[in-house]
Design a protein around this ligand. Structure first.
Ligand code: IVH
Length: 695
């Protein structure tokens, strides 16, 4: 089969499996098989970009990097909704609607109000061509590449009789489970965590690297359809059609005809909404008939035919039974409130069920740090108020001091020593958290450092994820990253352990069979070739994130030079300040760290950088793509590539319709030239190229 046919066949298959999974919840093949097909397609497309289809399933995994997003005007403004907070206000809305419609009969559609970010998707001839954020309502950012990673969003609508151009709107979100995973990862990498799924979604939809967006598992619920001519008669009709066209229409919507039924819907979802994969902060009601929507019209900011009702965040009293202290991967100590229901005050703590709050049971809430404890003035056995809002993590909002008459309380005393290793705790000036400085022996810190080390963005030893590190750590086989390079087949084969998931209380068995061992060892082997900048980042030096590691690697070029650098030399590096310099100095002054680096060097990791940093000369070629082919008079091909990149352009490997320029030298292959001509790509010579960049 020729590559063009195979690309087409693979695309069709993958579209089919994807639709079966996201629209019918049926997996006909395993994730592994799916990934294999996808990888084959990716490889073929990069070799033969001319055969890549506009709606190729490979776009789901991203890959394009957008330097800055285009601002685009919305064809129809993206308005906001008026809010109500109680039933009386809802009834007044209903009165206004009735008057506005002169006594005509009307129906409402009730929907949940999702707490994500609103997005608009444009389809032309059935193909998804644009995804845009709300922005200021008139103009938003074009984030098409990221939007295409939403697996439940059709890249092409295949239904008959669809309008040639239409726009779909919906709420983009990050499912709570993906949010938790992402934040754990951020913690491992020592990066700032997102406060809630909404912020995480908003940040992720605006990532410049769409492959990273793809990894974050973004999703959307669809709730509106727009087109130039009246295509549907009612909102209900449009939702049903969208569903049948394969869209992930928002779940739970219902048609009703009285405001009392609206209120019943509100009560019905008050608890049920806790089981959805994202936070909901209320409900939206919309007039069903599009004709009547037009009659009612808009105010400057919002439609007169719709309104939202916001649920109040539920706030309940609970008993603070005890405070436990969690030591994070960076050594920070976080106090955690262990709570129970008022009725459980006399029960032993291992028998309590916790407080019932917004549809879930709450037994623990973070108290953040010692300052927060002081601010709340909370004591053990106090009656406290607990609230759960869009933040997911329950919060203690205050103390019912009047209850101290009835129950004896005791002060909460913040520990002076680490609950995990017993070392004395410290607090740096200007920081709120106490931390355990015993970073070379404290178990959660050691484990955290290994997890950071193997991370995809560091040494990329993915074969060691999910519980395997925990097993190796608990069995004393790996206590520092350098120990990984002493592992071998005999040490690993047959290892087994039951791991406890603290949240669910479930046990999961991990065992190292032949195939697992092979993969682990292969992953470790390959990591020896990972570039120096990654090795530097993998060390997990405080304040040395990916970007800082990159800058340091480019500047000092070797671990040896970096280790020898003085404070003055470190702060002389552009964008490296005193805080980072001090942290680096202090890292390399610790004997354990010196030994770690030396062992890693002996294990054969890259301790020198061989990359020449790209020095930006201009933005003359911003957004332009080039293919270089043939032999040139004044430059090597590598040098031309550098020149293009230094001036903001990008070099591609194959000629396709999307290519801007073919930079043609002597003796280039006739087929490339011919193809470029056929596709209308501009062909330029070495001189013409130099003129473009002002040489
Ligand atoms: S309809 C004219 N339906 O709420 C307004 N919006 O305040 C059209 N939202 O920016 C919006 N769930 O992001 C609509 N089921 C739903 C919604 C919903 C959440 C958000 C949306 C919008 C904001 C309006």
């Amino acid at each position: 089969m020729n590559p063009e046919q195979r690309i087409q066949e693979l695309s069709e298959k993958l579209h089919y499996y994807n639709d079966r999974y996201y629209q019918d919840s049926v997996s006909e093949i395993s994730d592994y098989e799916f990934d294999q097909l996808l990888k084959e397609l990716q490889a073929l497309e990069s070799e033969y970009p001319q055969f890549r289809q506009d709606d190729s399933p490979t776009q789901r995994v991203g890959g394009t990097v957008t330097k800055s997003f285009n601002a685009v005007y919305h064809r129809y403004p993206m308005l906001s909704l008026d809010n109500t907070y109680n039933e009386d206000e809802l009834r007044s809305f209903d009165d206004r609607v009735r008057r506005g419609l002169d006594g005509e009969a009307y129906e409402y559609i009730c929907e949940l109000k999702f707490d994500g970010i609103s997005l608009s998707f444009t389809y032309e001839n059935g193909v998804l061509v644009r995804g845009v954020t709300r922005g200021d309502g008139t103009r938003g950012d074009e984030i098409t590449n990221n939007v295409k990673t939403i697996r439940s969003l059709p890249l092409r609508v295949k239904a008959d009789g669809i309008p040639p151009v239409f726009e779909i709107r919906g709420e983009g979100f990050m499912p709570i489970s993906s949010f938790q995973k992402l934040n754990e990862e951020m913690e491992t990498l020592g990066e700032n965590q997102y406060a809630n799924p909404r912020n995480a979604a908003s940040g992720s939809f605006k990532l410049q690297d769409s492959a990273e967006a793809a990894r974050r598992g973004l999703d959307s619920y669809i709730y509106s359809f727009l087109s130039d001519n009246a295509f549907f008669k009612s909102h209900e009709e449009s939702l049903l059609a969208l569903k049948s066209w394969g869209f992930n229409v928002s779940p739970g919507w219902k048609k009703v005809s009285t405001i009392d039924e609206v209120i019943a819907y509100i009560h019905e979802w008050e608890e049920k909404r806790a089981h959805l994969p994202l936070a909901t902060d209320g409900i939206v009601i919309k007039i069903n008939s599009f004709e009547q929507q037009r009659e009612l019209g808009f105010t400057a900011k919002s439609p007169r035919w719709a309104i939202s009702y916001k649920y109040k965040a539920e706030n309940k009293p609970a008993v603070l039974r005890m405070v436990t202290y969690q030591v994070g991967r960076t050594g920070a100590v976080t106090p955690v409130a262990n709570l129970c229901d008022l009725s459980e005050r006399a029960l032993p703590y291992n028998q309590v069920k916790g407080v019932h709050l917004s549809g879930t049971r709450v037994k623990r809430a973070t108290l953040h740090n010692a300052n927060e404890l002081e601010r709340l003035g909370v004591r053990l056995n106090d009656t406290v108020f607990v609230e759960k809002s869009g933040e997911i993590i329950p919060k203690i909002t205050g103390v019912d001091v009047s209850q101290r008459e009835n129950y004896e309380t005791e002060p909460v005393i913040f520990p002076t020593h680490c609950p995990e290793c017993g070392h004395e705790l410290q607090r740096n000036e200007g920081e709120v958290a106490f931390f355990c400085p015993n970073d070379s022996h404290c178990p959660p810190q050691l484990k955290g450092r290994i997890e950071h080390f193997i991370h995809r963005k560091a040494m990329n030893i993915e074969s060691l994820g999910e519980g395997k590190i925990e097993l190796l750590f608990d069995l004393d086989l790996v206590r520092t990253p350098a120990d990984l390079y002493d592992l071998n087949h005999d040490k690993l084969l047959g290892l087994e352990k039951n791991l406890l998931n603290e949240e669910t209380g479930k046990l999961k068995k991990i065992s190292f069979r032949e195939k697992t061992v092979e993969n682990i060892l292969k992953g470790i082997e390959v990591s020896r070739t990972v570039p120096f900048k990654n090795v530097l980042f993998a060390l997990g030096i405080r304040f040395v994130g990916q970007t800082v590691a990159e800058k340091l690697a480019a500047y000092f070029k070797s671990m040896r030079a970096l280790r020898a650098a003085t404070y003055e030399q470190l702060t002389a590096v552009p964008e490296i300040g005193g805080r980072i310099a001090l942290s680096i100095e202090s890292f390399f002054s610790v004997p354990e760290n010196q030994m770690l680096v030396e062992r890693l060097e002996r294990a054969g990791l890259q301790m020198e950088s061989d990359e020449k940093p790209v020095e930006i000369e201009s933005d003359l070629l911003d957004g332009k793509t080039f293919v270089i082919s043939g032999v040139f008079e004044n430059f090597e091909r590598d040098e031309l590539k550098e020149k293009i990149e230094a001036n903001g352009g990008k070099v591609l490997s194959g000629v396709s319709g999307k290519l801007n320029y073919l930079l043609a030298g002597a003796n280039m292959g006739p087929s490339k030239l011919e193809k470029a001509r056929k596709l209308g790509v501009t062909i330029i010579s070495e001189e013409e190229f130099l003129a473009m960049i002002g040489n």
